[in-house]
Design a protein. Structure first.
Length: 266
């Protein structure tokens, strides 16, 4: 079986055809998916999906690249994280891709938001879903700073991993998993494929980030969780092992990291 560790089924491109998406998942042996929250006002719709389907779960968080909104605090995140079928904090992290004339110093609001999510993750002992784009040094630095002292260390996954081998090693050293998306199948992703070959299988997850980043041979289309097996097939090719082994390992990793049991179809 396969599990999609990161998708956005509450986004308008997908939510209006959920029945078809769930049927396609069953046909592709994709037995579960984590629905990711990206904004405070999105949480209720994401959570409703998880409550309505025993193979879907929810996260709670505010995407680092979302501006001009009320900021979540630790209590707001923890209250929602305690609700049934909420299994992760995020997506959170840092994104310096759209500085638009600002300096990295001007992005302190992002770093503070990230710290709030890390503190909520430590308080609840839920895994973080980390987004980092052109900000890996600061992402790692904030995780190290916030992980110092008493209490559980931050844990979780660097989702849609596209960073360098050095960043991969640093994330693994901090105890994080790395999740690979359809980007791995793109012709331009040769360096990323080397990273995927290197990362131990017991620290790998697979995802779609749907509706984005459809894998080859579906590139350019609206992505869905049913296409996550394409990522597993490429990882299997890179590691020289059967795809069934990758499917089983990444599903087990999902269950262990998020402390859930993926249902087996009747």
């Amino acid at each position: 079986m396969y599990v999609d560790s990161h998708c956005h089924l509450a986004f308008p491109e997908l939510r209006d055809r959920l029945d078809t998406i769930l049927a396609d998942m069953r046909a592709a042996d994709v037995r579960g998916a984590l629905c990711i929250c990206t904004a405070m006002d999105e949480f209720e719709s994401v959570h409703a999906l998880a409550l309505a389907h025993d193979n879907l779960w929810a996260s709670v968080g505010v995407h680092p690249d979302t501006e001009a909104m009320s900021e979540p605090d630790v209590d707001w995140l923890c209250e929602r994280a305690a609700r049934r079928r909420v299994i992760a904090i995020g997506e959170t992290g840092l994104d310096y891709y759209r500085l638009e004339g600002r300096s990295v110093a001007d992005m302190e609001w992002q770093r503070e938001r990230f710290r709030v999510h890390i503190r909520a993750g430590r308080r609840t002992d839920l895994p973080l879903v980390i987004h980092t784009r052109q900000a890996s040094d600061d992402t790692l630095a904030v995780l190290r700073e916030e992980g110092a002292g008493a209490g559980p260390a931050p844990r979780g996954v660097f989702h849609c991993f596209t960073e360098s081998m050095d960043v991969a090693r640093a994330a693994l050293d901090l105890g994080f998993h790395l999740s690979f998306s359809g980007i791995l199948t793109f012709k331009t992703a040769a360096e990323l494929r080397e990273v995927a070959r290197y990362v131990p299988l017991d620290r790998c997850l697979i995802e779609t980030d749907s509706p984005y980043l459809a894998p080859v041979p579906h590139r350019g289309k609206v992505n869905t969780p049913a296409w996550v097996p394409h990522v597993a097939h490429l990882i299997a090719e890179l590691k020289g092992m059967p795809v069934q082994a990758v499917a089983a390992a990444t599903s087990d990793n999902f269950e262990q990291l998020f402390r859930v049991k993926v249902p087996v179809p009747a």
